[in-house]
Each structure stands twice: as C-alpha cells, then as structure tokens.
Design a protein around this ligand. Structure first.
Ligand code: ATP
Ligand code: MG
Length: 326
C-alpha cells in the first residue's frame, strides 16, 4: 500500500451540513450544579470534510465544498490549511451547527446537545450548484456525503448525481434517510454507494437479516445502475459487491478510541482503491484498513504507511458465493 504517486484525478467532496463539535470533559458532573471541567476540544467535521481529510492524508489532491456559516468558519479554515485541502465552501450568513458533547470520563457517559444549524436558502443552493458545475471542469471524482440541512429537498443528491454523471464524473454517495432513498430510487444511481446496514434497510424499507439478503439488496442497486455497493456493518466488517463479484472483509478486534468517522474512512479508502485500479479484494482490504486507522485514533487522520499496511494485513477478505437473482 503506497500513496498514489502522480495523482491525475482531482477529487471534490461535498458537505451540505458540516458540524462543529465541542467536547467538554467534566468527570462526575451533575445537572443543575456548578461543575469543574478538565478539558475542552473543538473538532470541525461533517462526513465530506472527514473524507477530504483522510484522502489528503493519503496524498491525493482534494477540494472541499458545501455550505459553511460565516460566523464560525475559523476551525474549518485551520483544518483545511493544516491538511492542505482546497477550501471551496460557499459562505452563507449564520453559524454552522454546533454539537456539544459533555463527557463524564469517570461514569463513561456522554451527553449530547445538538444545536440547530443553518437552513439553506435558495440563493445559497444556487451559488453552490454554480460552484459544483465549475468544479466539474477540473475534478473527475465527486463524493456527496452526509445529511441535508433544512431547506434542501430530499432529491437534491439524486438530481446532482444525474448531473455529475452526465458530465462524465465518478460519483460516490454516503448518506441516509430520505436523501438515500431518493438517490437509490432515481433513474441514475451513483458509481459507488456506501450505506451502513441500517441505512440500507431504511432506504429499501425491509430488514436485511442475513448475508444473502444484504447481497440481494446490493445486487438490486447494481441492476438499477450503481457501479459498486459497499455495505458496512460496524465491527462485523463490510460486504463489497460489483456486477462481477462480491467480497466480505472482516476487521480484527482492535482497541477502539472512537467509531466516529469509521464509515467516512471507508469511503476514502474505497476511492483511493478505485483511483489506483485495485481489484475488489484489495479494495476491501484497503478500505477496512482506513476504517481501522480511523477508529483507533481521535479525529480524521491516517497513520503512517507502515501502520496502515499492518492493519491491511490483519483484515480477513474472502469471496462470497454469488446468489442467483431474477
Ligand atoms: N468496533 C469496530 N471494530 C472493528 N472495526 C470496526 C468497528 N466499527 C467499525 N469498524 C470498521 O469500520 C467500517 C465502517 O464502519 P460502520 O459500518 O460503523 O460505518 P458507518 O456506520 O457508516 O460509520 P460513520 O459513523 O462514519 O457513518 C466497518 O466495515 C469496519 O471495517
Ligand atoms: Mg456512515
């Protein structure tokens, strides 16, 4: 596993609903009382931002776009500068949503308070669509990731996927709820889609209790026009399916620091594998190694090549027998 030496594809990630997380640690804190805290930590993120961070750590050129509030952009701007991510976010008036995490390390409990964020105005969306159209001139890979903020129609991704694919771009989608459902029911599907099992069950409206059922669901999406389907299942690993083959990747047991961003890392790993032209087994191995790297540290960072290779060695990858579907 070596980083792509001479990248010829510029990647753009889209994050319509980024988030600024504030983690405050106050061991033994009690509601309604004056408490002493130990630390605080800010984290600028959102799914597309995380994917951009993993991909730039891998050595690929990435542009991050989306909607960012003009009242609190600094931590995002610092992240983009530090990582070398090209910042092409549309600034809109207001504050990007903030999530407060109150951690009681002694009780091993976290209390979340999610503040409302920006609502997308028609003007902001128009500016964003113009930005995306411009990006198609020198970006060949687009990653559409995360939830849609208020003001954005559920078929936003579905329409955008059709537009980007018509422009000849490779499109990856990682979202949930109505946005995923609309994108999977559209005429043009993404080249790569990575739902976790719960997101896929919700989008298809049926439980996927067995591997055969997951495989059948993935093949249904392939028949509708998706290129690759990766269904992640937390510590149980992931199933990667294309028209030709299906593989199962099982991670080893590791000491988890935070599972936040496990799926985002997998998306980044799958894209790097796609750009390197890896076969499905090797792609599954690399994507799982990226996820393992993500969950064994805090924040969206990749470790050294040596550590990634060690994770990759520990992943069990095997072909899955194909089921015949009508
Ligand atoms: N506890 C764990 N132990 C080992 N590997 C894990 C664990 N959790 C996640 N992974 C790895 O990360 C991959 C993606 O995880 P998961 O299915 O939880 O993604 P997700 O739900 O999309 O996450 P996200 O919160 O980033 O959206 C899994 O396929 C697996 O390889
Ligand atoms: Mg996910």
């Amino acid at each position: 596993m070596t980083p792509t030496p001479q990248p010829t594809h510029r990647i753009a990630t889209l994050t319509l609903n980024p988030a600024l997380d504030l983690t405050v640690r106050a061991d033994g804190w009690r509601q309604g009382e004056v408490n002493i805290g130990q630390s605080l930590h800010w984290d600028a993120g959102g799914k597309g931002v995380n994917v951009a961070a993993f991909l730039t750590d891998w050595g690929l050129p990435v542009t991050a776009t989306g909607l960012l509030g003009d009242q609190n952009p600094e931590r995002f701007e610092t992240l983009f500068r530090t990582k070398g991510i090209r910042d092409d976010f549309v600034r809109v008036s207001g504050a990007t949503r903030v999530g407060v995490k109150l951690v009681d390390g002694a009780a091993q409990e976290t209390t979340d308070i999610n503040l409302p964020g920006l609502a997308a105005t028609p003007e902001a969306l128009q500016a964003l669509e113009a930005r995306l159209d411009r990006l198609t001139a020198d970006h060949s890979v687009f990653v559409l990731a995360g939830s849609l903020p208020p003001g954005v129609a559920p078929d936003f991704y579905a329409r955008l996927i059709a537009r980007l694919r018509a422009a000849g771009c490779f499109v990856a989608l990682d979202t949930s709820g109505a946005a995923l459902q609309a994108a999977l029911a559209a005429d043009v599907l993404p080249d790569l889609v990575k739902p976790n099992i719960h997101e896929l069950e919700a989008a298809l409206g049926r439980p996927l209790g067995s591997e055969v059922e997951v495989l059948e669901a993935a093949r249904e999406l392939l028949r509708r026009g998706a290129g690759w389907v990766a269904v992640s299942q937390g510590e149980r690993g992931a199933l990667l399916v294309t028209e030709e083959e299906a593989v199962r990747a099982r991670p080893p047991r590791v000491a988890v620091k935070s599972t936040v961003g496990a799926g985002d890392a997998m998306v980044a790993g799958l894209l790097s594998a796609h750009l390197d032209g890896l076969n499905l087994m090797d792609a599954a191995r690399r994507a799982t190694a990226f996820s393992l790297a993500a969950i064994t540290r805090l924040g969206a960072h990749l470790p050294s090549q040596a550590e990634l290779e060690e994770f990759a060695r520990q992943v069990a990858v095997e072909p899955v027998a194909q089921v015949e579907t009508a």
